[in-house]
Design a protein around this ligand. Structure first.
Ligand SMILES: *Cc1c(COP(=O)(O)O)cnc(C)c1O
Length: 356
């Protein structure tokens, strides 16, 4: 059997939730499990998030799967509903909608039963979903014809909380506060992972951690472990073959790599069809048997080549990222963020869920 596998640590997920909740002890916690828990198998790991107050997903289909898998918690729909009929399902299943457009607001007002809580999204400068300052009062007034402030959470999302220049986030917080001051009985929620770690003044009633739950840092230039987080997903495989080559020999597609000296190449059982991205370039770090080596040449669909030494043998364990190889390091080479590599691991690697 091919060795490629995605190993998920529920214990580390539970641990990270605990770390993040302790950073915001006054806040309730919405654990974000969209995109299949950032690739970490939402339906199999939600139990590790039992200390969270709510779960959150991007759309109702994700929420239904998690509910069918046995999750009892309230599930927040971060983008709200995409059609009116989803509201009835939502109310029956104890999902709570975000209201971010006038269309969604109208659907909500047309629905006869009421939700016990709805989330009102303010666009404070993300430039994506939510009511902009000039429309927000009108929208809120309409919402308050049916809902009490005490049943409404005002939320926003930061565009730059991971940026060392703090000006933009400060402006977003100020914009939020100016609006929210008019609705003093509404609860408040501003922070995803970066906000939780960098803006304690914005923790408020609910924090919404995503990437940090899975052990990766939301900031460029440091790692999850710098924030006492542990990686949840380890992408692993094994060495399939080991061969010696001469200086100048080409390796892989396009002869994109040539050995600079006589050397040894290990072919490993993982490729872009597993989610080890083709954007991961020559020279990216990878671990074999506890030692670090470098990817050689282009990632292929099912295999990669790694420049190794004579210690490496067929069958040896290969760690692409995760345990003892922070995914952030791979991201530096692939010029992407952990969110993207984690969520694009495909169905092909075997899934191993480690119980806590
Ligand atoms: C995805 C998402 C989050 C979590 O973001 P991270 O940066 O992964 O922590 C929080 N809030 C909203 C609205 C989101 O869409």
């Amino acid at each position: 059997m091919r060795a490629a596998k995605k190993v998920i640590s529920k214990a580390n997920l539970r641990y990270n939730l605990d770390v993040l909740s302790s950073l915001a002890p006054q806040s309730k916690c919405v654990a974000v499990v969209k995109a299949n828990a950032y690739g970490s198998e939402a339906e199999k790991v939600f139990e590790a998030l039992s200390d969270a107050d709510l779960l959150a997903v991007a759309e109702i289909g994700e929420a239904i799967k998690i509910r069918q898998a046995g999750a009892k918690k309230t599930i927040l729909l971060l983008e709200g509903v995409f059609e009116a009929s989803e509201l009835e399902i939502a109310i029956n299943e104890n999902f709570e909608p975000v209201v971010a457009t006038f269309q969604q607001l109208q659907w909500l007002l047309d629905l006869v039963p009421s939700f016990s809580r709805v989330w009102f999204k303010l666009d404070t400068g993300m430039g994506r979903l939510g009511f902009q300052a000039e429309d927000a009062d009108k929208a809120m007034q309409q919402l308050l014809t049916r809902y009490h402030q005490g049943n409404v959470v005002i939320m926003t999302h930061f565009s730059d909380a991971d940026n060392p220049n703090r000006e933009k986030t400060r402006q977003q917080i100020a914009c939020f506060d100016e609006f929210a001051a008019k609705y003093p009985h509404c609860e408040q929620s501003l922070c995803g992972s970066a906000g939780i770690l960098a803006y304690p003044e914005a923790h408020r009633d609910y924090i919404r951690p995503g990437i940090a739950l899975y052990g990766a840092s939301p900031f460029k230039g440091n790692y999850g472990e710098d924030h006492d987080l542990k990686s949840v997903m380890t992408l692993k495989t094994a060495v399939l073959s080991v061969k010696s080559f001469k200086k100048g020999d080409p390796i892989g597609y396009g002869e994109a790599y040539r050995l600079q000296n006589d050397g040894t190449i290990a072919i490993c059982e993982i490729g872009y069809a597993d989610g080890y991205s083709r954007f991961i370039p020559n020279g990216t770090p990878i671990r074999i048997n506890g030692n670090e080596y470098k990817v050689a040449g282009r990632v292929a669909m099912d295999m990669i080549a790694v420049l190794v030494d004579n210690k490496v043998k067929p069958g040896d364990e290969v760690i692409c990222w995760g345990e003892r190889l922070p995914i952030e390091r791979v991201c530096e080479y692939a010029q992407t963020i952990p969110h993207q590599l984690l969520t694009t691991v495909t169905e092909r690697p075997r899934k191993v869920i480690e119980d806590d």
